[in-house]
Design a protein around this ligand. Structure first.
Ligand code: B12
Ligand code: SF4
Ligand code: SF4
Length: 372
């Protein structure tokens, strides 16, 4: 086996556009496992699977590659500057980690690193954002950054606008296990900024309250967090936007183009008007609960109830259309939306069979806060 040296890997990473790289050994991530199990025990997973599903597997690199010896962990920056929203009151915000297919871009780069290892006779497996590895714990141990109070992995001088991924290999590489010291200090901005109080304890995310997770969960969107959802249609960046290292990084390295405007904002009305196929075609990359487009409509209705103007004819027409949906979850959230606008009259003509569906009947009984 003729594995590359650490400096060769660093040079290769920089030349293919990876922003940071670190090395660690392939031993188990026992702290991460303990933390995940303990949080799951307290219900903080909020029904999430991912690394919560099989923590024994996600924290053991030998399940990825039985002879694993080393892990190369890499970070790739994504968009930082928010483009101006279009001139409409019904626009919804998309988390910036999906403005472009960043994970595909990251995967391509990680495969180049893996190919270099393979050409030296080693085995190499690329993993990123799936359930096989705890990406942030790997990045932390490889000395890439520190765990912020918002639970993000922050890179010194560059913040958290990064996706992370790894190459697990059987090559013996020299680990750089110098962990980065905490850089949050006394700052608590993310904890204050979280609209639902999901970060009440520093460094601990309560999945039952996190909007990023609730938008990806199936069923009824929890009524107590609907107003807090604001205009988020997919993902939530609130605990990163306020983070001082991110603000400094954005200032020092703004995107020349200011971010891809067409991907940063989505008209909630256009989601409600689109067919199933159109929705999956446009947003199929997102984690949509059960891959069912009605959940995109559910999320759009909560957003519309928060940002739409009750007197806007387009808004009213979109709610009326949603009230005639064949999906109870869509009708239930359309009921909430109509009532939020003080338009109980729109609900009066509901089909009686639909009105008896459990989720719809539940909404009909619910007191709804009027738009202020
Ligand atoms: C499940 C998951 C989610 C869940 C839960 C997130 C969470 N915080 O646990 C949901 C759906 C909410 C989510 C949301 C987002 N996610 Co996500 N998600 C994951 C996934 C699949 C697993 C994360 C995990 O294992 N969570 C379990 C908990 C226990 O892990 P942890 O928080 O890292 O735990 C450590 C710290 O708590 C620390 N610790 C323990 N005690 C203490 C105490 C203190 C004081 C501190 C500071 C730390 C600390 O040790 C723990 C163990 O290592 C990873 C991909 C992967 N396979 O790893 C992506 C990942 C974490 N997500 C990512 C992104 C980009 C996001 C979003 C920004 C997307 C968006 N815009 O909506 C948000 C950010 C929300 C947030 N504040 O975390 C990136 C993060 C990149 C980075 N720089 O950190 C990852 C790594 C994907 C990737 N490969 O790039 N995500
Ligand atoms: S992603 Fe949003 S809801 Fe989740 S912890 Fe961060 S600010 Fe709170
Ligand atoms: S906002 Fe402050 S406390 Fe939160 S992650 Fe950023 S630096 Fe740390």
């Amino acid at each position: 086996m003729n594995p590359p040296t650490t400096s060769e890997l660093a040079e290769l990473a920089a030349s293919i556009g990876l922003d940071a790289i670190g090395l660690t050994d392939a031993s188990e991530f026992s702290t991460a496992r303990r933390v995940i199990e303990e949080r799951k025990h307290r219900g903080l997973d909020g029904g999430m699977w991912f690394t919560y599903g099989r923590p024994d597997r996600s924290t053991d690199p030998s399940r990825i590659l039985p002879e694993a010896r080393s892990i190369i962990v890499a970070a790739m920056a994504y968009d930082r500057t928010t483009p101006e929203p279009p001139d409409a009151t019904t626009v919804a915000a998309v988390g910036r980690f999906v403005w472009e297919p960043y994970y595909d871009q990251l995967a391509e780069k990680l495969e180049m690193i893996a190919d270099r290892l393979r050409s030296g006779g080693a085995r190499a497996v690329v993993v990123f954002d799936d359930n096989r590895l705890v990406d942030r714990a790997a990045a932390y141990r490889a000395g890439l950054g520190w765990f912020g109070k918002n639970t993000m992995l922050l890179i010194d001088g560059a913040g958290s606008w990064f996706v992370l991924g790894s190459v697990v290999t059987d090559a013996e590489l020299e680990p750089e296990d110098d962990q980065v010291e905490d850089g949050c200090g006394t700052c608590v901005r993310c904890q204050i900024a979280c609209p639902t109080g999901a970060l009440q304890t520093a460094g601990e995310l309560d999945g039952r309250r996190c909007l990023a997770w609730l938008l990806q969960s199936d069923g009824v969107f929890p009524a107590e967090h609907r107003e807090a959802l604001g205009n988020h249609i997919y993902g939530c960046d609130d605990c990163q936007v306020v983070c001082p290292p991110n603000v400094r990084f954005t200032r020092s390295r703004p995107n020349p183009e200011g971010g891809p405007a067409e991907a940063a904002w989505v008209d909630a009305i256009s989601i409600l008007a689109a067919s199933d196929d159109e929705l999956m075609d446009r947003y199929g990359r997102w984690y949509i609960p059960r891959r069912r487009p009605e959940y995109l409509r559910r999320n759009a209705l909560v957003v519309l109830g928060n940002v739409g103007e009750p007197g806007d004819e387009r808004v009213v027409a979109a709610v009326v259309l949603a009230l005639s949906s064949e999906h109870p979850v869509v009708v239930a959230h359309a009921v909430w939306c109509a009532r939020r606008f003080g338009r109980d009259d729109l609900v009066d003509n509901l089909d009686p069979t639909m009105a008896n569906e459990v989720v719809v009947a539940g909404e009909l009984e619910r007191a709804v806060p009027l738009r202020r």
